[in-house]
Design a protein around this ligand. Structure first.
Ligand code: T3D
Length: 261
């Protein structure tokens, strides 16, 4: 695996670290391919029951590497179709990951970097972090799911403002807006993210995957369709060992132990 993205598996938690701190973890083609490979590896490994996505150094991710992008433009390659080739598969890999993904936002998240954080299931932010959509500042449209996730997190009115104006939102405001779930002091970010991910990794993995599917489905469907999807997912969860064991534990007034299957 490329050094531009690090991968660690400890106690059922895979930590994926964007590792180009000298360029604020901005995304080259190589880094995007490595990120997708890391996400696919976590998805396929049954030993992984929760994922953390974070950045090395002072940034979470500054989005597209604008040096590489500038070279592409100068060479007449335009956008290089990177949105379809890289960003869309990455965002789908996070959304379709059959286990929870926690963003640990250690610093600025800009452009597609902010989109990546918002694609995750839970977002823990350092009090030193900030968020900017950044796209219009360089004359681009939102990508990597930003037009979809942002309005769902903060509502149309604020999403339009953030996308049109691109102002930088500090962590405290991000919490107020519902962009993130939790803000912690910078030096407590890593332990807080690990604690949350370990809690999720000790939980009913199939049930968590069903929560993700149900939320995604319901956000674009009518009520009858959402009800049917819930029934389908409940059928799936009812067959798991975790559901049977947890029901028995409840009736015996014991704490359940979840095996993730
Ligand atoms: O085909 C396609 O490419 C379409 C896909 C688009 C997806 C996108 O993500 S578009 C949006 C791309 N990202 C941006 O426009 C963000 C650009 N960066 C910034 O706005 C600011 O740098 C930040 C808000 C992220 C941070 O500001 P600040 O003041 O904390 O740091 P800085 O001084 O601006 O940057 C520090 C260094 O990081 C600097 O390098 P230097 O001068 O120290 O050598 C800067 O050039 C570099 N850097 C920051 N962002 C990028 C970057 N280098 C390459 N690409 C970047 N995106």
């Amino acid at each position: 695996m490329s050094e531009t993205v690090l991968y660690d598996l400890t106690e059922s938690v895979a930590t994926i670290t964007l590792n180009r701190p000298e360029a604020m973890n901005s995304l080259t083609d190589e880094a995007k391919s490595a990120l997708l490979a890391a996400l696919e590896r976590a998805a396929a490994d049954a030993a992984v029951r929760a994922v953390i996505l974070t950045g090395a150094g002072r940034a979470f991710c500054a989005g597209q590497d604008l040096r590489e992008h500038g070279d592409n433009l100068a060479a007449g390659k335009g956008l290089n179709d990177t949105v379809r080739r890289h960003y869309n598969p990455i965002v789908k890999a996070i959304a379709e990951m059959p286990k929870p993904v926690v963003a640990a936002v250690n610093g600025v998240a800009a452009g597609a970097g902010a989109s990546l954080a918002l694609a995750c299931d839970l977002v823990v932010s350092s009090d030193k972090a900030s968020f900017t959509t950044a796209f219009t500042a360089i004359g681009l449209a939102p990508d990597s799911g930003m037009s979809w996730t942002l309005q769902r997190r903060v509502g149309w009115t604020k999403a339009a403002e953030l996308l049109l104006l691109g102002d930088r939102v500090k962590a405290a405001e991000a919490l107020e807006l519902g962009l993130v779930n939790q803000v912690v002091p910078a030096d407590e970010l890593a332990p807080a993210a690990v604690e949350l991910a370990r809690r999720l990794a000790a939980g009913p993995t199939v049930s968590y995957g069903a929560v993700k599917k149900a939320l995604h489905h319901a956000s674009t469907s009518d009520l009858p369709s959402a009800l049917e999807k819930e029934a389908e997912l409940q059928d799936l969860c009812e067959k798991t060992k975790d559901h049977h064991a947890a029901t028995e534990a409840f009736l015996a007034k014991q704490q359940p132990t979840f095996e993730g299957n």
